[in-house]
Ligand binder design. Structure first.
Ligand code: CMC
Length: 431
């Protein structure tokens, strides 16, 4: 961030005030209004943050007009095709691609932390079997602060590092346990000779009664799904993690807050909602009916997996995801999958419709991911937990960046109060 010689002038009646304009390394300039209230006695009003930069960050850059997503400067399509998830984790967390020794060391630190405290197994059994795995994730990740006391002191860099590694390493174990618990199968312990994605697939799909062989192509597709979801700058769940952390709360509690926010259908819950929508549409001849509903202002229905606050062009993650969906379905011999056919035709018809063109609504990352996950054997309820485990690295990297910033202060938005002004209390018998 650098100061420019530009200023922004606000005129209130006779009085004018000037505010500095700051330049990012790439992207639109920002007006620095930190002194606005002190100098004018006024706040800005931007309830859903459409024009507000809430922090400065060097991790992820999005150009929504051009459909660009960069992690530490590297485009997401290059990372998805040439890198792999743990390398991307290193990149997001430490700022640069690792050399071979650094990568080996990082992978070994992560794999050494994949098991969860044995007592957590008993913690799991307190949940109802029909609980949504996201409910289990929110509760269990929050409970990590009760199991890992030695990494909750955020003022200690070593503890912060251990907490980060623990979260990256244990999240797949916890997500897989949430799944196993809801289907009534025994938990499968992690295997540290497997790569991150293969280990997750095995923990989800192996049973003690028989050998489980991980299909390397499916493991690659799983790894790509993790990579495509790894970070996405200041989205709702990341902002939740940052706001929770700004109070000094421990990292496990903050990540649990992020998971809770991700759960909603406008955010990470959209992948489950999208697949359910595609199934409900069922056949291509019903697409026009659903497009008409999405356009109808009196109908709350929206095309799930479509639209984005920042992308006003193709979501670059959706392009990679669409290719991956085709590859995985071909591999599994289900190219004629009816859900994929509905998705492809729905995408075609929506993009040709002036409503979606005018509002710049394109498929987002959630549009095709569910099709791949379903083909791999995951129930829809596991889609959002998989998003949560993938996004954990983004949350942790943003948390680490924020904690390491000198002079970090608690986040405390103000409001435009529209309630009653002053009134005297009346006793209940007088009301
Ligand atoms: N279907 C139909 N109309 C839509 C859709 C949609 N999916 N998305 C936006 N619109 C319309 C909306 O009705 C509004 O129209 P108007 O200006 O006439 O009132 C206009 O487009 C702008 O929508 P908005 O709700 O003001 O936009 P937003 O930036 O607040 O919301 C969004 C972004 C992603 C929540 C929204 O596009 C949406 O609800 N999409 C479906 C859910 C979804 O796929 N979410 C996943 C997002 S990507 C992954 C993630 O972040 O987790």
């Amino acid at each position: 961030m650098s100061e420019t010689n530009k200023t922004a002038k606000i005129t209130l009646g006779e009085q004018s005030y000037e505010f500095p304009v700051l330049s990012p390394s790439v992207g639109p300039d920002v007006i620095d209004i930190r002194k606005l209230y002190a100098t004018t006695g006024m706040f800005t009003y931007d309830p859903s943050f459409t024009s507000t930069a809430s922090c400065d960050s060097a991790i992820t850059y999005i150009d929504g007009e051009e459909g660009v997503l960069l992690h530490r400067g590297y485009p997401i399509d290059q990372l998805a095709s040439k890198s792999h998830y743990l390398e991307v984790c290193y990149l997001l967390l430490y700022g640069a691609l690792p050399n071979a020794a650094q990568l080996e060391d990082f992978e070994s630190r992560v794999t050494n932390h994949t098991m969860v405290h044995e007592q957590m197994h008993r913690f799991f059994t307190g949940y109802r079997r029909d609980a949504h795995p996201m409910a289990i994730m929110v509760g269990t990740v929050g409970a990590m602060s009760a199991f890992y006391h030695d990494s909750t002191d955020i003022s200690d860099p070593w503890q912060r590092e251990v907490a980060s590694i623990r979260l990256i390493a244990k999240m797949p174990t916890i997500a897989a346990m949430a799944y196993k618990y809801t289907v009534g199968q025994p938990f499968v312990y992690p295997r540290n000779d497997l790569d991150y994605a293969s280990n997750f697939l095995r923990m989800c799909f192996a049973v003690p009664a028989e050998e489980y062989q991980v299909n390397p192509i499916l493991a690659r597709a799983m790894d790509r799904i993790f990579t495509l979801h790894a970070d996405h700058e200041q989205n709702a769940s990341t902002s939740t993690v940052r706001l929770a952390s700004s109070s000094g709360a421990n990292p496990f509690a903050c990540i649990a807050a992020g998971i809770a926010c991700l759960w909603g259908p406008a955010h990470g819950g959209a992948n489950q909602a999208c697949l359910e929508m595609l199934r409900e549409i069922g056949t291509v001849d019903r697409i026009p009916e659903f497009i008409a509903r999405a356009k109808d202002k009196n109908d709350p229905f929206r095309l799930m997996g479509f639209g984005h606050r920042v992308y006003k062009n193709f979501d670059p993650r959706a392009k990679v995801m669409a290719e991956s969906a085709k590859e995985v379905l071909e591999l599994l011999g289900v190219e004629n999958n009816p859900t994929l056919q509905v998705a492809q035709e729905l995408e075609k018809q929506a993009l040709a419709d002036p409503y979606f063109a005018e509002k710049k609504l394109f498929p987002n990352v959630d549009f095709y991911s569910g099709i791949i996950l379903e083909a791999m054997g995951f129930p829809t309820s596991m889609f959002t937990p998989i998003f949560a485990l993938s996004r954990t690295i983004g949350w942790i990297s943003q948390w680490k960046e924020m904690i390491e910033e000198p002079g970090m202060r608690i986040g405390r938005p103000r409001q435009l109060y529209i309630g009653e002004t002053f009134r005297d209390y009346t006793n209940v018998e007088d009301r």
